[in-house]
Ligand binder design. Structure first.
Ligand SMILES: [Zn+2]
Length: 168
């Protein structure tokens, strides 16, 4: 995706994201309040108290086609279990006790924070376009970190790992 095209759809997309977050404020809980015991070993208390989770089905997906991004229609209609916008992630209620899923979405929260909304969305859109959902760099990073969390009790600093992989 050319930067010129991104510049056109970024304002309406960010507007949609902000409106979605505002509309969900009443249903949002902090991740800290969910009571998972492993997450505090990998994320700072600040991250767990500032990140919000909303349990909802269907998940709010941006109207990319009507924004002129028809080639992302598959993503828009994709059957996902969770999605993250800025400091809030949305999960299907069936995932409410799934700590691994919370871990995965928290990786995206760190990516959003470190990159900022403009660079996150530009990288995410480019990754989706070039590699597909699962192999897109920001998703691959989240899935790899999740696999490490699931496969071992070895503690690592997720924020440092994400910063390193982003080259920050
Ligand atoms: Zn993901």
């Amino acid at each position: 995706m050319a930067p010129e095209e991104f510049a056109k759809f970024y304002p309406p997309l960010l507007g949609w994201i902000r409106a979605t977050l505002t509309a969900s404020t009443g249903a949002a809980e902090t991740v800290a309040s969910r009571g998972f015991w492993r997450l505090p070993l990998y994320f700072t208390e600040e991250t767990l108290t500032s990140t919000k989770v909303v349990l909802v089905d269907p998940l709010p997906m941006p109207p990319l086609s009507s924004m002129g991004l028809a080639r992302f229609a598959d993503f828009e209609r994709g059957n996902f279990e969770g999605v993250t916008y800025i400091d809030t992630f949305f999960l299907k209620p069936t995932q409410s006790k799934n700590e691994n899923m919370h871990f995965h979405e928290l990786v995206h929260v760190i990516q959003w924070r470190l990159l900022g909304p403009d660079r996150f969305l530009f990288s995410y859109a480019n990754g989706l376009e070039r590699f597909g959902y699962r192999q897109s760099p920001l998703e691959a990073m989240a899935y790899d970190a999740e696999a490490a969390f699931v496969g071992s009790t070895a503690i690592f600093n997720v924020e440092r790992m994400v910063a390193g992989k982003l080259g920050l």
